[in-house]
Design a protein around this ligand. Structure first.
Ligand code: R5P
Length: 278
């Protein structure tokens, strides 16, 4: 059985879970009658904290009502940028959030492009089975471009192919020994690309504040691109992001997070996950 949280209502199959607010703003959840095995789909943006609590309440209630297995499918997973300790005393946010899911009985999570995993496939982390699924090929199928430019560590695993370039934006940029997981290295310095009169799509795992994307788009324009498409799996568009991205000719994201730019539907990918991991 497939259930959807309030952040996943737009996915083209599965049943909604009843969610409402108490007058003081707290979240109320009521789950349907017992099902033996369940996939629970949720997107945790916008309103990460509320969506997290909603998911935890739902999963716990499903187990309380006789479900014996819940697998989480996360369209967009929160708190993944703090995936290491940058300075002493900091919370390792991604670990804490995963522990919360473990505490309500989750042992398997399917993510769409979780930022902290940086590669497609299976990972065993913090006692859980984690699968990182990649929606970038769905994006590519829907974008008409001569070249696809991937601008940084979080993006390098997204696409491969003849017209795909893993770029660095500073010639002396170092990608080794910085304590991060890096599975692929850049294959070209962006200014060495021949982009003159070409349509170029920049593809990233996410657009958050839009800074990384805007900088890359501007550079490609300066280098002579005819048209630049800003694209990402997850489009958060925090603060002034949309304004910054007015330098792009077009913006395209998937609907892991819903916005006016989420033009590519991830329902087929979610359906595959359900079919392959029952
Ligand atoms: C970085 O590792 C990521 O792949 C994205 O480039 C980054 O998260 C985008 O953030 P922002 O939109 O705030 O520049």
């Amino acid at each position: 059985m497939i259930y959807k949280g309030s952040g996943a209502e737009h996915i083209g199959f599965g049943n909604s879970i009843f969610v409402k607010r108490f007058p003081d703003g707290e979240i109320y959840v009521k789950v349907p009658k017992v099902e033996k095995k369940v996939f629970y789909i949720q997107s945790f943006y916008p309103g990460q904290n509320d969506k997290l609590l909603e998911a935890l309440l739902t999963i716990d209630a499903l187990y309380d009502n006789g479900t014996n297995e819940v697998k989480l499918i996360s369209l967009y997973f929160p708190y993944t940028k703090q995936d290491k300790i940058f300075s002493e005393g900091e919370a390792l946010s991604v670990k804490t959030v995963l522990k919360l899911f473990s505490s309500v009985g989750i042992s398997e999570i399917h993510f769409i492009n979780a930022h902290f995993l940086r590669e497609e496939g299976f990972f065993r982390e913090w006692g859980m089975d984690l699968y990182n699924h990649n929606a970038a090929s769905l994006l590519k199928e829907n974008i008409k471009a001569d070249m696809f430019v991937l601008p940084g560590r979080g993006a390098y695993y997204l696409l491969e192919g003849e017209n795909v370039f893993h770029v660095k934006t500073k010639r002396d940029e170092k990608y080794e020994d910085i304590g991060e997981k890096i599975f692929r290295k850049p294959n070209v310095f962006i200014e060495d690309l021949d982009v003159k009169n070409k349509t170029v799509a920049v593809v990233d795992d996410m657009i958050s504040t839009g800074g990384t994307m805007a900088k890359t788009v501007e550079l490609l324009k300066k280098l002579g691109s005819k048209k630049v498409i800003a694209s990402a799996v997850h489009g958060l568009f925090v603060g002034e992001a949309e304004k910054k991205l007015s330098v792009a000719d077009e913006i395209i994201t998937t609907n892991t997070v819903v916005s006016k730019f989420s033009k590519v539907d991830v329902t087929p990918l979610v359906r595959n996950i359900v079919e392959n991991y029952r």
